[in-house]
Design a protein around this ligand. Sequence first.
Ligand code: ADE
Ligand code: ZN
Ligand code: ZN
Length: 259
Amino acid sequence: MRSLLILMFVVLFSGPSSGATDDWGKTGHRTMGEIATKHLSKRAAKKVSALLGGESLAFVSTYADEIRSDNTYRKYAPWHYVNFPFGGRYENTPKNKKGDIIVGIQNAIDVLKDANASQKEKEFYLRMLVHFIGDLHMPLHVGIKEDKGGNSFKVKWFGKQTNLHSIWDTKIIESYGMSYTELTNNADALNKKEIESIQSGAVTDWMYESRALCEDVYVHTNVGDNLGYKYMYRYVNVTRKQLQKAGLRLAGILNQIYG
Ligand code: ADE
Ligand code: ZN
Ligand code: ZN
């Protein structure tokens, strides 16, 4: 009887967490990873596969979230996001001494380019890079500290209490109802020029794109709103586009590193 009660407890309370640690959710991260895989050069695909022991970019894209609850990896927690004031500039805002998503991405790229780094180190930082390029494209990961990137911005989703961050990490994507392969296969068709245009620019340019979207989100969302179909209609294609841009840009970075 006791073990039955324990089992019931585990089943009831150990479901997927809806906390702040599920950035872009698994589906979002896997989608951008899969889109990146489709745009790797032959050389880059070979190198990536060798580093990851045959695992796919989609598969490793959630790793940085999976290790977040392990204290050994605590120092990487601030690398998932950046906060600075609306109307302000990243460059003029006092930096988080523990780092931020821009620092995280740069560190990862540096290790991947470093001829003296070990294969183990490169593997770890490749996993981190895949995840952080995803997070960079989630508008609320370029957020404001006052509400922790929307984590303490209370709203409802189809009548259920949640927060704005969670809506953008997971709810919009999950409510759309496509798997990561379906989202990948149904991404907007783009020609070579359009792809190159998306892949151009610096990591900070991509950050400011997310910031612009974040500001738009705050214009169109109020604390206590009950969000649902209308919100989906406004933002699901923005979300799909962000996942596609993230995937293309990750591929661009890896193609550049591996020539
Ligand atoms: N914690 C504090 N700010 C955050 C943000 N913008 N995104 C995710 N987690 C955060
Ligand atoms: Zn998140
Ligand atoms: Zn993350």
